[in-house]
Design a protein around this ligand. Structure first.
Ligand code: FAD
Length: 464
């Protein structure tokens, strides 16, 4: 062990290596530390791509597992170093290298925190829409590696829709540039989008080039208080069917609203059975017209109330509360597993009904929240007691809701990725042949299997 630490210090400098037991503890898991933990032997904090390359080449030569890590905010165990080895903490690589007005693109190092990037871009009148709700901590590299998304997904898509090019350190330490900063690029296999969503299993993303948009002229927040989840779901279907595409459209369960009222100013009534937080954006005339349409549609469908928020501070308080929803829920219950299933938008109502049945059958409370407009649902599975019996019931509920998502024509993850926790479900969606293809691609790029081993699919004979 000492030899390994000494070698790493020689390669990247003493300041870039940590191996004290208290330092290692902080890297045992991502935000899902309540599931599984790993035991890394060293943490390397590279300052540049050369240090990444040297570390990865060393790990390759010695067959040492290496786990890339952004902020460790992942919700699928992706950055959990389950096979030990080296964790590569990329947060020091946090420079924004270019914001190009003429080309509507930007380039940044992988460790830039998303909120910092968005602020820098918006200061220049531009817009980078992907908005995972962990934006104050998560990194651009982590977003690309998980193909992260957020409320803006309904109108603007997710990270994968914005990535144009990447700098990647491959598992042998070589450095490649994929894609380009051109809007169009048709040159061979699309390695950029193979690396996007690869969860650290194919290489280390060190630089990211993304597409930007002009910042929309105006936006407006509309809050709809519904009697029930059913009414909320039907209202969403009506809005989409009228060809209104909101910038954001989120479900908030009634159980969450009391906690969220700590942020909402002035607080909202708590009598609703389900809430919809919506944002529309565009030109002033467009948002005036859409607000009217939405108000009329909601009044006709008999929702409890529709509030069109004119005051900017008040509107912002709703979105701050939405961002805080998961940490607030964590503070209220012993353990909550935030699931991540996406279904076609016309299947949301039926999927929501199936969640109620699964909750009744297993005895596990399941909250319905998520990105209503794009069909990405985050059922919150409440583990109300930390006993084996309740954990077993919760796992049964998870399996059932994943199967229900698939039965509704959906997929097992809309944005969090597969990582460790969903690896035993992936074959249910993709089948054995596709998983074999994944393995073959992995073997071609990472023949020694050092990059983030134990993730995405279950190895033969291995139970995750
Ligand atoms: C409160 C909260 C809210 C969240 N809300 C959302 C949401 O709305 N939408 C959403 O999509 N996710 C959400 N997440 C999950 C998480 O924040 C995202 O998955 C995010 O993209 C992870 O970024 P990270 O920098 O923390 O990556 P990490 O958690 O450190 O890593 C995630 C995966 O990417 C790999 N990786 C990280 N950086 C690199 C790199 N540079 N090169 C190669 N591989 C890399 C890791 O090995 C791992 O497999 C939320 C999490 C929390 C805690």
């Amino acid at each position: 062990m000492k030899g390994l630490i000494r070698d790493l210090e020689q390669l990247v400098g003493r300041d870039s290596v940590q191996a004290d037991p208290e330092d290692l503890l902080a890297y045992q898991a991502d935000a899902t530390g309540y599931f599984a933990k790993g035991e890394p032997v060293a943490i390397v904090l590279p300052a540049d791509v050369e240090a990444v390359s040297k570390t990865v080449a060393y790990a390759c030569e010695h067959g040492i597992p290496i786990t890339p890590r952004g902020a460790g905010s992942g919700l699928s165990g992706g950055a959990t170093p389950i096979k030990g080895g080296i964790v590569l903490d990329l947060k020091r690589m946090n420079r924004i290298l270019e914001i190009n007005h003429g080309n509507l693109t930007a380039q940044a190092e992988c460790g830039v925190v998303l909120a910092d990037f968005q602020r820098a871009v918006e200061k220049e009148g531009l817009f980078y829409p992907p908005d995972p709700q962990s934006m104050t901590v998560c990194t651009l590299g982590g977003n690309v590696a998980t193909r992260a998304g957020g409320p803006h997904g309904v109108k603007y898509g997710t990270t994968g829709n914005y990535v144009l090019g990447l700098e990647v350190v491959l598992p042998d330490g070589s450095i490649i540039q994929t894609g380009s900063s051109c809007v169009k690029h048709s040159v061979g296999y699309d390695l950029t989008h193979l690396m996007t969503g690869s969860e650290g299993t194919l290489g280390v993303i060190t630089k990211v080039t993304v597409r930007l948009l002009p910042k929309p002229e105006k936006d407006r927040t509309i809050i709809i208080v519904c009697e029930s989840i059913k009414q909320a779901v039907e209202t969403v279907s009506e809005i989409i069917a009228r060809k209104i595409v909101p910038a954001k459209l989120e479900y908030v369960p009634s159980g969450a609203i009391r906690g969220m009222n700590r942020y909402i100013n002035p607080p909202i009534e708590t009598e609703g059975g389900a809430y919809l937080f919506m944002m529309i954006d565009g030109s002033l005339s467009q948002i005036e017209e859409e607000s009217e349409k939405i108000k009329n549609l909601c009044q006709n469908s008999g929702v409890l109330s529709v509030k069109v928020i004119e005051e900017e501070g008040e509107a912002a308080s709703y979105w701050k509360a939405r961002t805080a929803a998961y940490p607030l829920l964590l503070a209220m219950v012993k353990k909550v597993i935030i699931e991540d299933v996406a279904v076609p938008r016309d299947q949301i109502a039926s999927f929501a009904e199936s969640l109620e049945k699964i909750a009744a059958e297993t005895g596990i409370p399941i909250g319905m929240s998520g990105h209503a407009g794009d069909g990405n649902v985050h059922p919150s599975v409440i583990v109300y007691d930390l006993t084996d019996e309740v954990e077993e019931k919760a796992q049964k509920a998870i399996k059932m809701l994943i199967q229900s998502g698939l039965d509704h024509g959906g997929c097992i993850s809309g944005e969090h990725g597969i990582g460790l926790h969903k690896s035993s479900f992936i074959e249910m969606e993709l089948g054995a042949r596709q998983i074999q293809l994944f393995r073959d691609i992995k073997k071609a790029i990472d023949p020694k299997g050092i990059m983030n081993p134990g993730k995405i699919w279950v190895e033969e004979g291995e139970a995750c």
